[in-house]
Ligand binder design. Structure first.
Ligand code: ADP
Ligand code: MG
Length: 537
């Protein structure tokens, strides 16, 4: 029997760990199960390089609950620890054996896929335990089994014990305040949340709770469209099938895998944020992926996995982290490239999905200038009837010189409500104008932003006083009314519409034209729309 004091710099690190390390107490299970997985992966690595001889046997990790004894036990058949290793890795708080192992075995077997980083995870067990016991036997043939015990004070006990099998059992004696964890349902829920895709089988009450090879860890070339769709169903059983997806797979200069799905979204109530889950080596970390995923892609669904993002992420940490910035930029680029590829490879299919993808693309163009540069090539305007689509350049070519105004700007004519504004559309069409549909929830903001970002472009709603501002206005039929007559009509219509800022014309008629057109300046209309939105356009 050996007795000693745990060596820590601070007087007593436990209160600090308990209070500040993790605000979420559920985390203890994630930490202990991921340590068990690490130990198992290490064993597999040692077996693959021939250091561990013979059959490694069943390597499942099991979690057991004993309500009577008020214990939760996490057992693995991994590398185990010798007495010296317990002293080194457990007694020395914040000495991470995981990091040491990764350095030694980098590039061999599963050696690099170790979850631990800081050497603090084990101590999260004291958030919920009044006492913790470790029963462990190292894989080394000559090693003796040891038992370690600690009640959360800086004193521990270490002694030899009997243990037939290689591996480690961590026994948590759950404290009074944490008895909520002595509940099967609670344990299963936590395991399903954090351990759902861990790479080693995890069993609770004889049932395996995880899928050890989720789609994102496989190579894109191994997966069919159906595999991607099935994985989406596994993540979101009740969602409609996704539109398309992007498989992320980078290992330099940072590690990143994952699959991002584009959901079908057309209406605002269908928007669900926080649908992307962040993993680190297949351990669930969080669904708050702000900063890692660009703002405009927060509506995507799926999984990203990066061991370069530590498990105990905090908001302030993420913002300043250079890897996080790089990952963010990489995701933006991948999404832009994918859209560009779809646009070039199958334009028709791209246009059919525009109703859904347009939302992301427009958000992205407004908020990210790098994305804007790329998106200019594949952003399209839908012609009002919906059967023709134009990129900005195509629209410019198709409408020149008719839709160029006196300042030599391209005038994009649009409708916000194709039904209500139909008579104006017909009038515009009769004049040879091309009217596009900008009727989604982002379009008002999109129009304002793009006028600032795109050079020489002006948006004008189809019921604005367009003809006046277009170069070709002179060539159009002149109003057949005298100035005095126009003034009278204007008074009449103005009083009726309760709108002083209108213009009334009666023009040389042809069959398709409306006899009288009442318009309002684009500026006045936007001012009114903004006021209606509380000025927050
Ligand atoms: P980290 O996992 O970040 O290294 P932990 O505090 O979670 O830090 O664990 C500290 C160390 O204790 C591990 O690196 C490992 O060497 C050892 N350890 C913990 N749990 C086990 C286990 N189940 N089997 C073998 N070694 C373990
Ligand atoms: Mg750990």
């Amino acid at each position: 029997m050996q007795k000693g004091a745990i060596r820590v710099q601070t007087e007593n690190i436990f209160p600090i760990i308990k209070k500040f390390l993790y605000s979420d107490h559920d985390i203890f299970l994630r930490e202990l199960v991921s340590n068990a997985v690490d130990a198992t992966q290490k064993l597999k690595t040692l077996a693959s390089v021939g250091e561990v001889k013979g059959d490694i046997g069943n390597i499942d990790v099991t979690v057991t609950l004993d309500k009577e004894k008020k214990t939760i036990t996490i057992s693995d058949r991994g590398v185990g620890m010798t007495a010296e290793e317990v002293d080194k890795y457990i007694n020395q708080v914040a000495f991470s054996g995981a990091e040491e192992f990764v350095k030694k075995y980098k590039g061999q077997g599963d050696g690099a896929n170790i979850i631990g980083h800081f050497g603090l995870g084990f101590y999260s067990s004291f958030m919920v335990s009044s006492q913790v016991e470790i029963f462990t036997r190292s894989w080394r043939p000559e090693a003796k089994a040891v038992r370690w015990e600690c009640d959360g004070s800086p004193e521990y006990q270490l002694e030899e014990t009997e243990k037939a099998e290689r591996g480690t059992d961590i026994v948590l004696h759950i404290n009074e305040e944490s008895e909520e964890f002595l509940d099967e349902h609670r344990i299963r829920t936590i395991l399903e949340k954090f351990c759902r895709f861990l790479p080693v089988p995890i069993r609770f009450e004889d049932k395996q709770i995880n899928n050890t090879t989720p789609a994102w860890v496989k190579k894109p070339s191994e997966l069919s469209a159906e595999d991607y769709q099935n994985f989406y169903k596994e993540l979101y059983p009740f969602a409609e099938p996704p539109l398309f997806w992007i498989h992320l797979n980078v290992d330099y200069p940072f590690n990143l895998t994952g699959i991002l799905y584009f959901p079908k979204i057309t209406k605002s109530y269908e928007i669900q944020k926080d649908k992307i889950n962040l993993y680190s080596n297949q351990v669930y970390v969080t669904d708050e992926v702000k900063d890692i995923v660009p703002e405009f892609l927060m509506l995507l669904h799926g999984v990203i996995d990066s061991p370069d993002i530590p498990l105990n992420v905090s908001r302030s940490y993420l913002q300043g982290d250079p890897n996080v910035k790089k990952i963010n930029a990489h995701i933006t680029k991948k999404v832009a490239d994918k859209l560009d590829e779809m646009f070039r490879n199958d334009r028709k299919a791209f246009e059919e999905k525009w109703e859904h993808t347009g939302l992301f693309v427009k958000y992205g163009m407004m908020t990210d200038d790098k994305f804007l540069d790329k998106a200019n090539k594949f952003h399209v305007f839908s012609e009002v009837s919906g059967d023709k689509f134009y990129t900005l350049e195509e629209y410019r070519t198709a409408t020149a010189p008719l839709q160029t105004n006196k300042e030599n700007k391209l005038v994009i004519l649009y409708v916000t409500n194709p039904v209500q504004q139909d008579s104006y559309v017909q009038a515009a069409k009769a004049k040879g104008y091309t009217v596009v549909k900008l009727d989604t929830m982002v379009d008002a903001a999109f129009i304002n932003q793009m006028e600032a970002k795109w050079e020489n472009v002006q948006f004008t709603r189809v019921d604005a006083d367009i003809a006046d501002n277009l170069i070709n206005a002179d060539a159009q039929a002149q109003s057949v009314l005298s100035e005095e007559q126009e003034g009278k009509l204007k008074e009449l219509f103005g009083a009726q519409l309760q709108q002083p800022n209108i213009k009334v014309e009666l023009k040389g008629l042809n069959a398709q034209e409306q006899p009288v057109i009442v318009t309002r300046s684009e500026f006045m209309r936007r001012m009114k729309d903004m006021a209606a939105m509380g000025g927050s356009a």
